[in-house]
Each structure stands twice: as structure tokens, then as C-alpha cells.
Design a protein around this ligand. Structure first.
Ligand code: PLP
Length: 339
């Protein structure tokens, strides 16, 4: 712990001192427990490991110039986890329990919240799993809500850098009436073959199309897609997209910068008309896209200068980061300070 190189931390797991846990048993949530173990003692027939009763969240805390710890939009994550739980028939974590767990785990690990100016932050990972034993396919009776944290480095070490993406036409992440709109592990499992293929071909990630018609943009791997043209921020509307909180923020910021915003279906061939394109999510905030290759169709879409993010993507990125670290005021109530 003594000598963490904050500026060179990867985006990965680093052991901290504590995690917090709460069990749902006999129809109710118990007391929040503090643990210093990195392991779970799990029943071999737990529904999470057989039938995918698992949902998670990803959020961040930042240290400001004033040294205060800021948590970003935790309530949005809490609400999304409720939607995820209800979408796969798990016990829902109430907002107050979610908040209590976040506050506790951050306070217990406050020495791991990276210093202001390092570009690093504290990644917070809430997890909800079925722990009750079942052999037939049905929801567990018992659940575990757990939150761990890990300090993570800036996603782009040498500054925000555009990436290349690959359209995947022979794999789907989520079905239109499936579970794409909730943050459950099964969606990630379903995306791994495609993401592996993208990586082995030198691409940063996959652009998934809508599963039914293969005609509209869905998501960029584990991030939402946006395109910019004619002073308009455009992001796809689809029932299989996970509603990104980062995307919501960018829509708000774009509007307040005087841009128009559109949430609507985006046809694949509309990619040719964008001036800028990007992927957005908590981990990287924005990954600007330099190129999208549609191998099967033999088409490549290119955006701006290959080494530099477009001006609007950059402006949105800087604005959101400034609010997160407290460098700029937070008129939206996105920040909560953990004393
Ligand atoms: C978590 C996630 C995102 C990003 O959501 P944020 O709330 O912005 O972090 C986008 N797509 C998928 C599939 C995700 O799981």
C-alpha cells in the first residue's frame, strides 16, 4: 500500500483492506457486515453460479482539490441495480442499504482513494448474487449484496486516445426482448467471443448491431455509442442497450453546451455521416472512435484526425471530468461528498 504509483495504475483489481456484505435471508435484508477477506464461501448449488442470477454495478469516487471524496451519481447505479434484480427475479437492494454500503466501503478504504491530480480514481463494484441452493431452474431464496473497491488508473495513460472498432455481424450480445437493458453477467458472457475476436484482429472492441434486423447500432462492447454531426449528439435507442449513466450525463452536458440531442434508432450506414463518434461508460468516460470496420460488408467508417479526439468529444470529456473531481461546479446534483 505504502507506495502505490497512482499515475500508472492499470484499470484492474488491486487488493484493498475491506469489503462490505449484506445477506438477504428469510425474506429480509440483514445487517451490513465488514469483511477483510477477498473470498466468498458459496454453496455449490447457488443459483448465481449455475443459472446466472448475478447483477453488478460500476461507479467511481474521486478526490477533489479540497481533498474531499466525491461519489458520482450513486443513486442512478442503485436504481439500475434494482432494475437488474427485478429483471432476473432477485431480491432488490433498497436505496438506503445501497447508499450505506457505498459510504461504508469507501470510508473504510479511504487511503486507497487516489490523490487529486493523479488521474486515478476509486472504482466501486457493487455485486448482487443468488446464494441459495437450487437444482431446478428457479430464483434463489437467499441473496448476497457485496461491495468492493479498487483504485484504478486513468483509462488512457497518454491522454484520451481514439480507438478502432469492429462491427460484429455473426454474434449478438443481447436479444431485443432479452436482458440487454439490465447489468447482468450473462450479457458479458455472451459478448466474450466477439470481443476476443475484435482484440485478436487489433480492434479495441466490438460494435454490436441490433440482434433482429442487423441494421441498427446497439452498443460498443461494454459501452454505449454516440455520434456527432451538425451540432447534434446522437445516441441509439434500442431495447437491448444498457442505459449508461455516462451517456445520460453527456446528453445533459451536450444540451447545456447548446447542442441538439437525439435518442433514436441509428442505422449502420448513418455511421458515414458522423463527424465524430465515441463509446462512453464509467471506466473510460469517453473512448473516441477513429475507425469502425464492417468486415463482412467491406466498409470502413473513419472519423477526423486518427490520433486526436474530435473537438466536441474532447469538450464533453473534459467537462464531465471537471465536475467529477470538483474542479467545476456541479449544477446537476451529481456529486455526493463522503465525509
Ligand atoms: C455498464 C455498461 C455500460 C456503461 O454504463 P455506465 O453507467 O456509463 O458506466 C454500457 N454498456 C453496458 C453493456 C454496460 O454493462
Amino acid at each position: 500500500m505504502e507506495n502505490i504509483d497512482w499515475g500508472n495504475l492499470p484499470f484492474g483489481y488491486l487488493k484493498t483492506d475491506y469489503n462490505v456484505r449484506c445477506y438477504y435471508r428469510e425474506g429480509k435484508w440483514g445487517e451490513l457486515e465488514i469483511s477483510s477477506s477477498e473470498y466468498l464461501n458459496l454453496h455449490i448449488a447457488a443459483t448465481s453460479i449455475h443459472y446466472g442470477q448475478e447483477a453488478f454495478e460500476g461507479m467511481k469516487a474521486f478526490r477533489g482539490k479540497d481533498n474531499k471524496i466525491r461519489v458520482f451519481r450513486w443513486k442512478e447505479n442503485a436504481k439500475r441495480m434494482i432494475a437488474s434484480a427485478s429483471g432476473i427475479r432477485m431480491a432488490e437492494v433498497p436505496l438506503d442499504l445501497f447508499k450505506k454500503a457505498i459510504w461504508k466501503v469507501v470510508a473504510l478504504n479511504k487511503k486507497y482513494v487516489p490523490p487529486y491530480g493523479s488521474g486515478a480514481s476509486l472504482y466501486i463494484r457493487p455485486l448482487l448474487i443468488g446464494v441459495g441452493a437450487e437444482v431446478g431452474v428457479k430464483p434463489a431464496k437467499d441473496y448476497l449484496f457485496l461491495v468492493f473497491v479498487s483504485p484504478v488508473g486513468p483509462y488512457f495513460k497518454e491522454g484520451i486516445k481514439p480507438v478502432d472498432m469492429m462491427i460484429c455481424r455473426d454474434c449478438d450480445r443481447a436479444a431485443p426482448l432479452g436482458t440487454g437493458h439490465i447489468k447482468v453477467g450473462g450479457n458479458y458472457a455472451a459478448s466474450m467471443v466477439a470481443i476476443h475476436r475484435a482484440h485478436s484482429n487489433g480492434f479495441a472492441n466490438v460494435v454490436f448491431l441490433d440482434a433482429k434486423e442487423k441494421n441498427f447500432i446497439d452498443e460498443c462492447g461494454p459501452a454505449n455509442f454516440f455520434g456527432i454531426k451538425n451540432n447534434t449528439y446522437i445516441t441509439p435507442d434500442s431495447p437491448s442497450i444498457l442505459p449508461s449513466i455516462t451517456n445520460k450525463c453527456l446528453i445533459q452536458l451536450a444540451q447545456d453546451m447548446g447542442m441538439k440531442t437525439e435518442i433514436r434508432k441509428v442505422k449502420v450506414d448513418e455511421l458515414a455521416s458522423f463527424e465524430e463518434a465515441g463509446a462512453c461508460g464509467t471506466a473510460a468516460v469517453i473512448s473516441p472512435i477513429s475507425m469502425i470496420v464492417d468486415i463482412e460488408e467491406g466498409v470502413t467508417y473513419k472519423y477526423g484526425n486518427q490520433d486526436k479526439p474530435g473537438p466536441i468529444s474532447m469538450k464533453l470529456y473534459q467537462k464531465l471530468q471537471a465536475i467529477q473531481t470538483g474542479d467545476e461546479p456541479d449544477p446537476y446534483g451529481w456529486i455526493d461528498i463522503i465525509e
